[in-house]
Design a protein around this ligand. Structure first.
Ligand code: DX5
Ligand code: ZN
Length: 213
């Protein structure tokens, strides 16, 4: 499939979120990546429902919501109501994974499944026919601006093999820049999340192109 860049607004200027979203979209990002952290599942707190509602009102692109929270099943309905298009939950969360994916689908949204760097691809196997996207984390979730983990391309290749002919795109998240993008695309990634690389770039359209081509 055609490669997609998903702009993680965790690295945006929050006082100017509307113009930051427009800047990312004008630069060629087709998705806006919205990271929700609860301070329990990951050692950081980001933003949640009221901010998502405002972002949904401003964005023209696909809203790609990444829930790094302990009990996503409890909240997916509210994230759907506030305007998420794709809701991604972690396999390592405490919610029942299959039940959460079904709930996301019953809300009319796409369901993504995320795995942390230490979680093997094989753990996702039993959900592969249920999901609309597999998110392979390329850093430990919790913070923007971390370094890409060099052993992740091999894991992405393994995920690609597991997916086989199914229409399940692979998203990667963490430490993506002009050089790591090449590695993850060669390994089979389709959707590239990038935060600090894009929002700190002098020329965002050029940075997006460097991820795509
Ligand atoms: C990390 C988040 C990422 C983060 C990526 O837990 O899931 O989406 O914003 O940031 P960069 O691209 O700076 O590594
Ligand atoms: Zn993320």
């Amino acid at each position: 499939m055609e490669k997609i860049v998903s702009a993680s607004i965790l690295s945006a200027d929050f006082l100017n979120l509307g113009s930051e979203i427009k800047r990312a979209e004008d630069a060629g990002c087709r998705y806006i990546h919205f990271d929700v952290m609860d301070g329990v599942f990951v050692p950081n707190i980001s933003y949640g429902l009221p901010v998502l509602k405002a972002v949904a009102g401003a964005a023209r692109s696909v809203l790609d919501v990444h829930l790094m929270i302990t009990d996503p099943l409890k909240y997916v309905e509210r994230f759907a109501e506030k305007g998420a298009d794709i809701i991604t939950v972690h396999l390592e969360s405490e919610s029942d994974t299959a039940g959460t994916i079904e709930r996301i689908h019953s809300l009319g949204k796409k369901a993504g499944l995320a795995i942390k760097p230490k979680t093997p691809v094989s753990a996702a196997e039993k959900y592969i026919d249920m999901i609309d996207m597999l998110l392979v984390m390329t850093v430990e979730p919790g913070f923007g601006g971390q370094g890409f983990m060099p052993d992740m391309p091999a894991k992405i290749e393994e995920a690609r093999k597991l997916i086989g002919g199914r229409a399940v795109p692979i998203e990667v998240d963490g430490g993506i820049n002009g050089s790591t993008a090449e590695l993850v695309k060669n390994a089979g990634a389709d959707i590239l999340v990038a935060g600090s690389y894009l929002f700190k770039a002098q020329d965002m359209p050029a940075a997006v192109k460097s991820l795509l081509y």
